[in-house]
Ligand binder design. Structure first.
Ligand SMILES: O=C(O)[C@H]1O[C@H](OP(=O)(O)OP(=O)(O)OC[C@H]2O[C@@H](n3ccc(=O)[nH]c3=O)[C@H](O)[C@@H]2O)[C@H](O)[C@@H](O)[C@@H]1O
Length: 450
């Protein structure tokens, strides 16, 4: 007989009552345990959500504060002030991804010529968010408001378009990076497909009048095309990466929204854009950081020994192309009721530099500018979505947008290095360009995403 039963008998408690009591205790203990586990799981979920969507949480707070509190009127006033054109005939532009690299430069250029600009950015952690915050502060110093918010937030977009009379949307918010798509495929679908649809829905059905839309496609849509230089007439149905596939999907989605709703839409295929305030995940930026830190630089080489070549395009040239696209976008022809008055413009342009350069040459220029040799690690290009070369034919953009790339890689990288050494307080022995033989790291956050 088990000891417990002996005790129960000794205390004069009937064994079946004691068993019922023990069962009760067990049930109560397990429901406590269940309760605690539920609380813990809820906390874990909230923490996970906050870590992945910090901007959504903060934006929800801003929105609810704005909607129900005294903040509503001032939020709308701020949006209207920032978006208001400051000269006759100027544009009122919503720039998504305004705290991103190209977004910053386009917003500065638009604002400098008197266009109204209101920015939107989700400040995600794909690369160092403090760089994005610094860009936001720079824009704020020029009177440009960049809201914390995600393009997938339909309520926010609706509210924004109701608050200000936006004439143009420059949609640059995206999940960038060709190789990172191997690690985070869903991020590309969420930003580049769902995000684009959310924005087109808002522009087509919640803005009155409908704005014209210019958005960032990519040279990567040419994929396995080897007919060079790449022309808009070439085939783009063989993407080499998921990143490229989402950009190509974006072009097809743009066609449908133009066709159904009469939205004026222009897609711009950017070719490896570089420059000051750039993206730390891109090769030129991460190479500079590795050189300064004395860490090895990885160079991808094709199986046949060839190094990749890129049509590196300086950001100021791309900005001129973006502004040219906005200025010539024409009008959308639809309305909120869903009726379109006639066909609206649907365009796509290459914005490249027209001269592909081997990645090894780009690295050599950086070594010269930083006054220090890189430690090179050459590896056979993994199957990561990279294409062996890009090369733009820009005759269509030249004809329609007045686009003329004018910056050599040497000149553009010099501007980048000048900014880089200032921003990260890098000591290159008395100036950046050609000056020093010793490059020393002073303070530089690690910020690469891939
Ligand atoms: O043109 C475009 O459409 C794309 O340009 C860049 O993509 P990518 O050309 O791959 O730019 P980088 O990441 O700067 O790479 C440039 C070259 O350096 C090479 N590379 C990169 C990283 C590295 O560690 N080593 C290396 O040799 C790559 O293979 C590639 O050939 C951008 O990252 C994309 O967002 C953009 O859409």
């Amino acid at each position: 007989m088990p000891a417990g039963v002996v005790d129960a008998a000794a205390k004069g408690v009937r064994p079946e009552r004691r068993a019922a009591g023990a069962k009760k205790q067990l049930v109560s203990a397990s429901s406590h345990l269940l309760f605690r586990a539920t609380v813990l799981a809820t906390i874990a979920l909230v923490v996970l959500f906050a870590a992945h969507y910090p901007s959504l949480l903060s934006r929800s707070y801003i929105l609810s504060a704005a909607a129900y509190g005294r903040g509503a009127a001032s939020w709308e006033r701020e949006v209207r002030r920032s978006a208001a054109p400051r000269r006759d005939g100027a544009l009122s532009v919503l720039v998504t991804g305004a705290a991103g690299f190209v977004g910053l430069h386009c917003s500065l250029a638009l604002s400098a010529r008197g266009d109204g600009v209101v920015g939107l950015d989700n400040f995600n952690a794909y690369y160092d968010p403090s760089l994005k915050r610094a860009r936001q502060r720079l824009l704020a110093s020029r009177g440009v408001l960049v809201l914390d918010g995600d393009v997938n937030d339909a309520a926010l977009l609706e509210r924004l378009l109701a608050a200000a009379r936006i004439t143009h949307v420059l949609h640059l918010a995206a999940q960038a990076g060709v190789r990172h798509a191997l690690r985070a495929p869903q991020a590309y679908v969420a930003a580049n497909v769902a995000g684009l649809v959310a924005l087109l829905e808002a522009a087509a059905r919640h803005a009155d009048p409908q704005p014209a839309l210019v958005w960032a496609s990519s040279s990567s849509v040419y994929g396995l095309n080897d007919d060079a230089p790449f022309s808009e007439d070439h085939r783009t149905d063989r993407p080499a990466s998921l990143y490229a596939a989402t950009k190509k999907a974006g072009e097809a989605i743009a066609h449908a929204y133009n066709h159904i709703y009469g939205l004026s839409i222009t897609g711009l295929r950017f070719f490896t854009v570089y420059g000051p305030w750039g993206r730390p995940d891109m090769a030129y930026f991460s190479f500079a950081r590795s050189i300064v830190a004395g860490e090895p630089v990885t160079l991808f080489r094709a199986a046949d020994g060839a190094v990749a070549r890129r049509d590196f395009t300086y950001v100021d040239d791309v900005v001129r192309g973006c502004l040219g696209a906005l200025d010539t976008a024409g009008k959308s022809t639809g309305s909120r009721s869903g009726k379109k008055r006639g066909p609206a413009p649907l365009r796509v342009y290459n914005l490249g530099n027209t001269s592909p350069v081997p990645v090894t040459h780009m690295l050599a220029i950086l070594e010269k500018l930083l006054g220090r040799k890189a430690r090179k690690r050459v590896v056979t290009m993994p199957s990561n979505g990279d294409v062996p070369f890009t090369h733009a034919n820009v005759s269509h953009a030249a004809r329609d947008l007045g686009y003329r790339p004018a910056t050599s890689l040497e000149a553009g990288l010099r501007h980048f290095v000048d900014w880089f050494v200032r921003y990260y307080k890098v000591d290159v022995g008395g100036g950046s360009a050609d000056a020093g033989k010793t490059a020393k790291r002073k303070s530089m956050p690690t910020s690469a995403a891939s």
